[in-house]
Ligand binder design. Structure first.
Ligand code: FAD
Ligand code: THG
Length: 818
């Protein structure tokens, strides 16, 4: 059987891993081209020190790292080992860092990564060079360790070659040959090579290579310092060849440092210096490439390393008599959110990207790409590293450079889940922005939008409600960061009175044309072919039946729909499924329109006097929409509520936005209307049992497991994911936990234990004013009965909680439908 002709551009760790994974799946017509020699090509892999730490805030990235290190440790190479499980040791020299290590231990626990929290003495025992007096504690992962990246590349290439793959050095790929939107091959310095698929594995040259096919691959080549010490007397002869190293790999993140052995010397990597973005155009590929000299290695700049050395000597006292012997500034890729960039070009079929991949995740990413190509669907959830996850403004050079530099600065920082970028700010603002500023909005950034998290103007309301008995949790320092008790008042007021929420950042599409209804029927799970004025809650599944997104689909006309979605990857997925006959037009209308969510039991009193439409439940029932007016503003009203209260999403063109805001604020004076922010919004949606796609559920989960099978019509004609869904089961369920102690608060990703054994992990959490406790969603074994008592680890402590049935507010839909 003939398999597609694949050209892989780049023979670094990613290209070689991919050749191995593809040939392992029976694809044999693979050509890997590199402009450098094999296998020390001159790319980042050629000098990567190869530390692999698997623990990562992302569950998927943890899994891809785990796959990589287990795969590499089984590889064979004539020169010796490809991976050594030396163990990974991260030391804390501050209490805040030790908290962070506990947080990491939580991620590890919830994903089955072996780990241990260590005392300073235990750290010292594992790594005798350390000064234990400098250390507060440590985090140890026995399966982590050192990859010999070049050997792993060569070993995988050898395996691929034995299955038919070709590796060709000294071949510069100049261009991609395309025809009718499909890849046909590549033009190289030595001639044309035909191909059905071209994969860009060019490492930090990726942005440059992507531009040749009209693709912005948002990465920045960044130099990073790596130095070698003079020999340490105490290590003489201990870790000689072939072992090369016997101590664990070490991280001292309080000062942006990491360490590995090279025989009796240490190698030191440093992220504490200024970001050093590099112009790839200025790099010379034509020099003779050797391990000492190559385009990805720049001259060491000792001044940038001064702090690193000072801190190193303080942690490892024996080095006080040593010095930096040698070093270089090595280049590799950084991205706006620190994640890799993977996927197929939407408009050029057969052009794939596997970029900004660390050695740590290389085999895992390669496996994912191979599965995606061969099976048509990747084996893991890819939304965090999807090529199309970026907003339009995030693909500008300015944004890419600023945020990727920030990723570099933050790489070892303690990052709070709600830390906000210092820059760039105010790239996207809703028409209500000035009004929100006037109300003391504290903004969080999402999708480049400034979104109010809470409003300081509601401070007096909080005081009043507390005086009337509202309970507000006393948060610990960590969970109190980027949070205000005002948010609790805003949530509570929404349930008792009425509030306005800026919903402008909700991604919106207009889907129109004679093929629109069939298209939406095909790409989503629910029946959207209902009367004009209907709204349908529906899901988008991937081909394997996993949840990609959840949508609202409002039928504004026979051939006209407004779709509420979750972000750019939804637009990409829809665009890929558009019929070829051009009978459907898909348009992103997010920036040109705006939306206010007006919700609360008094919402009707505010809106009814402003609108000619009968807003009573028999006039505009729940989950119906209408095009009408509010004052002089033409609007679309949708009777939906993610916060679970009576009310409407009110849409209009951006130009009318501020007028609409002012109108509603004035009209609601008597009802004491407030503006409320995202924190309140999140708490209310959790009280109502609503899930957030990408956070609470991903392609790992089926609708049934997420409690959303009501949104799937298996009786409908074919739709994407239907066939797979019929055969797919999921052994866990998304459940709601209520914490016993009203002061207990978690933030997400914490492990959940039953009698001490980890049985699941938290996705989202919020403090609920209605129940007076923190609520959390967690993935748990499907057979856990209600009222099961569970513990949730949080930093250095553990909280008791109870599995409860959701929703805790309005299960009978009486409030929302009133
Ligand atoms: P590369 O190895 O750079 O391969 C890309 C290849 O593409 C090159 O061989 C290049 O010649 C070729 N190429 C580019 N353009 C063309 C073209 N037009 N035609 C033909 N060929 C082309 N990662 C870790 O996981 N752990 C670490 O401890 C670690 N430490 C690091 C320390 C330093 C100092 C540096 C610089 C990086 C480190 N990294 C580490 C990162 C890691 O090295 C890289 O992320 C990884 O090697 C990238 O692999 P790659 O295959 O994508 O790219
Ligand atoms: N508003 C609009 N579109 C959206 C969201 C939104 N799209 C993306 C995201 N948010 C979708 N999430 C939800 C989740 C739940 C509901 C609506 C959007 C919801 N669910 C009802 C329920 O489960 O009770 C559905 C009832 C029904 O199907 O009849 O309302 O916030 N425009």
């Amino acid at each position: 059987m003939s398999t597609p002709r694949v050209v892989i551009v780049g023979a670094g760790i990613v290209g070689t891993s991919l050749a191995d994974e593809l040939t392992a799946r029976g694809w044999s017509d693979i050509t890997v081209l590199d402009r450098g020699p094999l296998f020390a090509t001159g790319g980042s892999t050629s000098h990567a020190p190869g530390l692999v730490f698997a623990t990562n805030p992302s569950k998927t990235m943890t899994e891809l790292a785990t796959y990589t290190l287990e795969k590499f440790s089984a590889l064979e190479h004539p020169d010796g080992w490809c991976f050594s499980h030396l163990g990974g040791l991260e030391v804390a020299t501050s209490e805040a860092r030790f908290d962070d290590l506990h947080r990491k231990a939580g991620w590890a626990a919830s994903r089955g990564v072996e780990h241990e929290i260590l005392s300073p003495e235990q750290c010292h025992a594992k790594y005798p060079l350390l000064d234990p007096d400098r250390i507060v504690g440590g985090y140890f992962t026995p399966r982590d360790g050192l990859a010999k990246a070049l050997r792993a590349a060569e070993a995988q290439a050898a395996r691929a070659i034995s299955r038919g793959a070709r590796f060709i050095p000294h071949t510069d790929v100049i261009d991609v040959v395309e025809q009718n939107g499909e890849v046909r091959g590549v033009r190289t310095s030595t001639g044309l090579v035909d191909a059905d698929i071209v994969v860009c594995c060019t490492g930090f040259w990726g942005k440059e290579f992507g531009s040749r096919v009209g693709l912005t691959i948002p990465l920045v080549p960044m130099a990073h310092q790596y130095a070698y010490t003079t020999p340490l007397e105490s290590r003489r002869g201990v870790s000689s060849e072939p072992a090369e190293a016997s101590l664990p790999i070490l991280r001292h993140q309080d000062h942006d440092l990491y360490y590995r052995e090279h025989g009796d010397r240490l190698g030191i990597g440093y992220y504490g210096h200024r970001p050093m973005p590099t112009d790839v155009g200025a790099l010379d590929h034509d020099t003779t490439i050797s391990l000492a000299e190559m385009p990805s290695k720049l001259m060491f700049t000792p001044d940038d390393f001064a702090q690193a050395w000072e801190q190193t000597v303080s942690l490892i006292p024996e080095l006080s008599t040593g010095k930096v012997d040698d070093g270089f500034n090595g280049i590799f890729s950084f991205t706006p959110d620190g994640h890799s960039i993977v996927g197929e070009h939407q408009e050029l079929k057969g052009f794939w990207v596997a970029e900004a991949v660390w050695v740590t995740h290389s085999a895992g990413i390669a496996r994912t790409v191979a599965e995606w190509m061969v099976d048509g669907t990747p084996g893991v959830d890819t939304h965090e590293f999807d090529l199309y996850r970026f907003e339009k403004a995030a693909l500008t050079d300015e944004y890419i450079l600023t945020t990727s530099s920030q990723s570099f600065v933050e790489v070892y920082d303690i990052v709070h889940p709600h830390d906000q970028p210092a820059a760039p700010r105010c790239v996207r603002t809703s028409p209500f922005y000035d009004r929100e500023v006037d109300l003391g909005a504290q903004f969080w950034v999402s999708g480049l939008w400034e979104r109010p998290a809470w409003f300081e103007a509601n401070g007096p309301l909080l005081d009043d409600l507390v005086a009337d008995g509202l309970r507000v949790p006393q948060r610990d320092d960590w969970s109190a960061r980027h949070w205000s008790p005002i948010s609790v008042a805003e949530a509570s007021w929404t349930r008792s009175h009425v509030a306005m929420y800026d919903m402008t950042p909700l991604t919106r599409f207009e889907v129109s044309g004679p093929g629109a209804v069939d298209f939406l029927q095909q790409v989503t799970t629910n029946n959207v072919d209902k009367s004009v004025g209907s709204i349908t809650y529906t899901l988008m599944l991937d081909d394997a039946g996993g949840i990609r997104s959840d949508l609202t689909v409002a039928r504004l006309g026979v051939d006209l729909f407004a779709v509420g979605a979750n972000g750019p990857i939804d637009a990409d997925w829809m665009a890929r499924h558009l019929p070829a006959d051009r009978s459907v037009t898909l348009r992103d209308i997010t920036d040109s329109t705006c939306c206010i969510g007006l919700w609360g039991p008094l919402a009707r009193e505010v809106l009814a006097p402003l609108s000619p439409t009968d807003l009573a439940s028999d006039g505009l029932p729940y989950f119906r929409c209408v095009q009408t007016t509010v004052g002089s503003v033409p609007v679309t009203l949708m009777r939906v509520s993610y916060v679970g209260e009576l009310g409407w999403e009110i849409y209009t063109d951006a130009a009318y936005g501020r007028g609409l805001w002012d109108l509603l604020m004035a009209a609601g004076r008597e009802q004491k209307i407030i503006a409320a922010g995202r924190i309140a919004f999140n708490a209310l949606r959790m009280e109502k049992g609503y899930r957030s796609a990408g956070v609470d559920m991903t392609t790992e989960h089926t609708p049934e497991a997420a409690g959303l099978d009501f949104a799937v019509r298996m009786t409908k004609d074919d739709f994407v994911g239907k066939r797979a869904l019929a055969h797919r089961t999921c052994s866990s369920r998304l459940r709601t936990l209520r914490f016993d102690d009203p002061a207990a608060v978690v933030l997400g990703k914490e492990p959940v234990r039953l009698d001490g054994t980890v049985v699941g992990h938290v996705t989202s959490a919020a403090w609920s004013p209605t129940v007076g406790a923190c609520l959390a969603y967690a993935w748990l074994p499907s057979d856990l009965p209600d009222s099961t008592g569970l513990e949730v680890d949080y930093l250095r402590t553990s909280y008791g909680s109870l599995v409860i049935s959701d929703p805790v507010v309005d299960p009978e839909m009486a409030r929302i439908k009133q």
